[in-house]
Design a protein around this ligand. Structure first.
Ligand code: ATP
Length: 209
């Protein structure tokens, strides 16, 4: 079984995440998608909604996609979220499955700052959501690493349980959580950028005001 994991702050989760990841999941034909809200994000300032609220919104959003669940593992950890440790734990949980960690191209461009980044492929493949005409620049080190591990063929992700990076061309959805939080604060239209259930949750809990 192939399980894909999308980690993120999800503060809040939005149609940009969901549409992009749906496209990628169809491309690689994965069997399950796991939305994984991160605990205190190591690379970012502290988010606006609580961990429980971000998880609740991810659970509502998961109902919008086939074979999709939200997982609270990183939120239960007493430390920051490190992808390497998370993938190692998921590998122990499902030793016979293929894991695919899905990441946005902007986040992938900063991979070298991640904890034990050169071991990320020990437990999973990485699929990068690459936006058309993107302007992300990969460092020389990252490019050299990529040359050794990249596959151009998504079918190859089934040939071995871990070890490949696949850059998936993904349609651009010009939505970010930052823009949604700003729109709520400045009373601009925002509800169409998230599933209706998530919009209702944000309104009920008066988030991001
Ligand atoms: P923020 O605006 O607060 O930085 P964000 O909307 O970028 O948040 P995150 O939760 O940090 O959301 O993103 C999780 C993952 O989803 C990251 O890998 C990010 O690159 C990717 N991502 C976010 N928005 C989009 C989008 N519109 N299209 C494709 N990928 C996205």
């Amino acid at each position: 079984m192939m399980r894909a994991i999308l980690g993120g702050t999800f503060d809040p989760i939005h149609w940009g995440h969901l549409n992009a990841v749906k496209h990628v999941c169809e491309l690689i034909a994965c069997d399950q998608l796991i939305l994984l809200p991160s605990a205190q994000p190591p690379h970012r300032s502290y988010p606006g909604a609580s961990a429980e609220q971000r998880l609740a919104m991810a659970k509502l959003a998961a109902q919008e996609l086939p074979n999709c669940i939200a997982d609270n593992w990183e939120l239960l950890q007493p430390r920051k979220s490190y992808t390497q440790l998370t993938l190692s734990q998921f590998h122990q949980r499902w030793p016979h499955d293929t894991l695919v960690f899905i990441v946005g191209e902007d986040a992938f461009a900063g991979l070298e700052s991640w904890y034990q980044w050169q071991h990320l492929l020990d437990h999973a493949h990485i699929v990068v959501m690459r936006r058309p005409h993107s302007h992300n620049i990969f460092s020389d080190t990252l490019q050299q690493w990529l040359a050794a591990v990249e596959t151009k063929h998504p079918e190859q992700l089934r040939d071995q349980p871990n070890g490949y990076v696949y850059l998936a061309e993904t349609p651009a959805f010009d939505i970010s959580a930052t823009a949604i939080r700003n729109a709520i604060q400045t009373e601009q239209a925002w509800a169409h950028l998230v599933p209706t259930t998530v919009a209702n949750y944000i309104q009920t809990h008066q988030l991001y005001r």
